[in-house]
Design a protein around this ligand. Structure first.
Ligand code: ADP
Ligand code: MG
Length: 344
């Protein structure tokens, strides 16, 4: 074969292989876009576990009609413009890949009305084939519809699981988002029935996660057994909730870590947490926690993974020790409190 440049649709489908694993990844990318657009409320309508339909509607700032084609082109983003912006990025998105990738493996439509404009517009894309921008009434904000995910990629479609399973993955992602953004209302429906409503808690974001949302997300028992943590030092702040050792889990299913508001997996921090609990948990049992680490975005590289599940810290060791010490101190206090003989 001779060397040739691949067509755009195929390039997008290849990229989709990395960012669009299943309906839950579509929901994640689209809700993140809504949050980046400043939405106060996001409606998530699903059919058949999201395989048949994912519709995400937000009341954010919207997209101008003449920018709709740009929004769905590859490497087009309003979130960064330079390497310097990338290094200090605070939005959830910045790669300009999600919409073109999703649109290349589904029947896709993007409707929006930009704040300050009086007309809305829609752009449809069928398996990567771009239509024309057409006028369409729409309240301020954006609606993205994704139908028949992977209809043109049978190899991917084959790997989709039962409706219940896909829905479960979506719900887990939404729980993760809801924990990070108690200020935003999320309404979910499945097959035409409302299934969940995360009520917005006003400007709660300044105060941190409330007892109400923590209970809704992780259960009353977690909420009752959780200790609030909030400690700052060395330009780092760690806050959130950790379960007392008496509340522990067989698996790592209630371990939520956010770095500057982004849900991530990080082995070094997970290790620090585990170490802090090592004296107070039975072997093989897992702690439960929801922790938010805040630091200067320039001290963390978020451009490590296309789906951004991982980050890289400039000073990983310092952060590991900060997390360990903060949690170790918090847990030591409960131990002291639990022993009446230690008090005078
Ligand atoms: P990224 O989020 O990395 O910028 P996307 O492909 O997800 O890339 O989106 C491309 C662009 O489309 C965004 O930068 C943004 O300008 C616009 N956009 C996407 N979704 C929304 C939305 N819900 N509201 C407003 N603008 C949006
Ligand atoms: Mg995005």
């Amino acid at each position: 074969m001779t060397i040739r440049q691949l067509p755009d649709t195929l390039i997008n489908q290849i990229a989709a292989g990395e960012v669009v694993e299943r309906p839950a990844s579509v929901v994640k990318e689209l809700v993140e876009n809504a949050l980046d657009a400043g939405a106060r409320r996001v409606d998530i309508d699903l059919e058949e576990g999201g395989v048949r339909l994912i519709r995400i509607r937000d009341d954010g700032k919207g997209i101008a009609a003449d920018e709709l084609p740009l929004a769905v082109s590859r490497h087009a983003t309003s979130k960064i413009a330079s390497l310097d912006d990338l290094e200090g990025v605070t939005t959830l998105g910045f790669r300009g890949e999600a919409l073109p990738s999703i649109a290349s493996v589904s029947r896709f439509s993007l409707s929006s009305r930009r704040i300050g404009e009086d007309r809305g517009a829609v752009l449809e894309i069928d398996g990567g084939r771009l239509g024309e921008v057409a006028p369409k009434p729409h309240p301020q904000g954006t609606t993205v519809e994704v139908r028949d995910l992977f209809f043109n990629v049978p190899a991917r479609r084959k790997f989709l699981k039962a409706e219940r399973t896909e829905l479960g993955h979506i719900e887990e992602w939404l729980r993760q988002l809801a924990l990070a953004r108690p200020d935003v209302e999320l309404r979910v429906s499945h097959n035409g029935k409302p299934t969940r409503r995360w009520k917005g808690e006003g400007d709660q974001i300044d105060l941190g996660l409330s007892d109400v949302r923590i209970g809704e997300a992780l259960g009353e028992e977690f909420a009752r057994n959780a200790l609030r943590v909030d400690h700052s030092g060395a330009g780092l702040r760690l806050h959130g909730w950790i379960a007392q050792p008496s509340y522990n889990r067989a698996s790592a299913d209630q371990q939520y870590l956010y770095v500057n508001g982004r849900a991530v997996r990080d082995r070094s921090i997970a290790h620090a947490v585990k170490q802090a609990y090592s004296d107070v948990l039975f072997h093989g049992r897992q702690p439960a926690y929801v922790l938010f680490l805040e630091l200067d975005p320039r001290r963390v590289d978020v451009n490590v993974h296309p789906a951004k599940h991982e980050v890289r810290f400039r000073d990983a060791r310092l952060i590991h020790d900060f997390v360990y010490r903060t949690l170790n101190d918090a847990l030591a206090q409960t131990r002291a409190g639990a022993l009446p003989s230690a008090q005078t």
